[in-house]
Write a protein that binds this ligand. Structure first.
Ligand code: ZN
Length: 433
């Protein structure tokens, strides 16, 4: 567990609220301590009335006070009472944490520490949200929003879903998975202290969206099942042309000549530039997918390439027709593998899921009715069953997403994925954790 401490700047109203939190949590702490003492004294009296000596019996049989569990349960009941209505201003988990805090100081007393003390105003300067993250997302309290050096910390107000946002100076990035948030007063200043587990970048919040991507050849890098298209970058094509030119020029140079050496360096430089730009494009594109979707489904590349290789040898003419675009294509082809690697890496870090599915029939089946059609060459997909006419890549992307969702459904993971009803975008789906 690592702690990250940030200064926060509540406005007047917010500061009043924080002070209210301090007052009420302190009151609860003192009341709970009072209850424990009274309960213990009562139990001890009862015990002594039975004529036994507390120190001469085994620890198990000695008189006990009240436990954390019991206090927690009675808190739930107590909060129903109209005269304790003001405690409803405080987020329930914060109140529960107060009881846990008292229990901790009792535990330390049993281990030989001092007896828990009643807290005066100047001895109570913090309260804690014990659970601010679950299922890969913020629960609400403590959630940070915004960009750059000034962020907003979400703070709950009374009533479900009500909240305010406190300005926070984000002087260093939060790392790992946030577990708890403690709000602290030190003199006149307020601080937010997050404790986080593990390292690495903060997991990205869940968006509830899933997508299938159909990896393509020029001009599109891929097509998403929700209709979004990511173009292959133009600079790659331009560089590819330059590379072809440089390679031709190299082949004409005499062996061991100075010119040949220069030409070879030029080819190597262009290769390096292409690799750099492509890697950059891949990182950015993968990051965007991971930010926007919780589940990304793509075709299994190894299988896809195999299928294509077989087709190529059967359809000799097709290969010739494509040879002109060959260089561009091979650059993009080589790119897919490294793009998918980056996508998997980033998704893992962000707590998102990437799934490879069998590419069989993804371009032939109708995403609307499921009928299997012969695929004609050309952009449009036409279904002879339902009359669906649509972009071929989009149709494939929808099938890919469907395959992914089916796969997850079949394997019966704890995460159930279901299509949402109503106004969803075509081909998109919801994930419910
Ligand atoms: Zn159809």
């Amino acid at each position: 567990m690592k702690a990250f401490k940030y200064r926060i700047y509540p406005n007047k109203t917010q500061e009043k609220l924080l002070v209210r939190y301090l007052d009420l949590t302190r009151e609860l702490y003192n009341a709970a301590l009072q209850e424990r003492i009274a309960a213990y004294q009562w139990a001890k009296r009862e015990f002594e009335r039975s004529g036994r000596d507390a120190l001469s019996v085994p620890a198990k049989e000695r008189p006990k006070g009240v436990t954390l569990f019991e206090q927690s349960r009675s808190l739930t009941e107590a909060l129903q009472a109209p005269e304790l209505a003001e405690f409803k201003q405080v987020y329930n988990q914060v109140l529960r944490d107060v009881l846990a805090r008292l229990d901790k100081s009792y535990q330390s007393f049993f281990r030989g520490g001092g007896f828990p003390k009643f807290k005066g105003r100047d001895r109570w300067n913090s309260f804690c949200f014990p659970q601010i993250w679950s299922n890969g997302d913020w629960r609400g309290p403590g959630k940070l929003s915004g960009e750059g050096a000034w962020r907003k910390l979400q703070f709950p107000l009374e009533g479900r879903g009500n909240r305010t946002h406190i300005r926070l100076r984000y002087h260093r990035p939060l790392e790992g998975t946030p577990k708890t948030l403690t709000i602290k007063r030190e003199g006149a200043a307020w601080y937010a202290v997050y404790t986080c587990e593990g390292g690495g970048a903060l997991p990205l919040p869940k968006t509830g969206a899933a997508v299938g991507i159909d990896m393509g050849v020029n001009p599109n890098f891929f097509t998403c099942s929700d209709g979004r298209v990511v173009e292959a970058p133009r600079f790659l094509r331009k560089d590819a042309r330059k590379l072809a030119q440089a390679q031709r020029s190299l082949s004409k140079k005499k062996r061991d000549s100075n010119r040949r050496r220069k030409a070879r360096k030029k080819v190597a430089d262009i290769h390096a530039r292409i690799a750099r730009k492509r890697a950059d494009f891949h990182w950015k594109t993968a990051a965007e997918l991971v930010r926007n979707y919780d589940l990304i489904v793509h075709e299994d590349l190894a299988v896809k390439n195999m299928v294509r290789a077989v087709k190529g040898s059967v359809e000799e003419p097709a290969r010739n027709r494509r040879s002109k675009a060959g260089l561009n294509k091979s650059i993009l082809d080589a790119g897919w593998g490294s793009f998918l690697n980056k996508l998997h890496q980033q998704a893992k870090k962000a707590g998102k899921q990437v799934l490879a599915v069998e590419p069989m029939y993804t371009s032939r089946d109708c995403a609307q009715c499921g009928a299997r059609n012969e695929r004609e060459i050309g952009k449009l997909y036409t279904c002879s069953e339902c009359g669906n006419v649509t972009d071929g890549d989009l149709n494939a992307a929808k099938n890919i997403l469907k395959k992914g969702l089916t796969h997850l459904g079949d394997s019966g993971r704890k995460r159930t994925i279901e299509r949402s009803g109503g106004k969803k975008k075509p081909g998109s789906a919801r994930i419910n954790n």
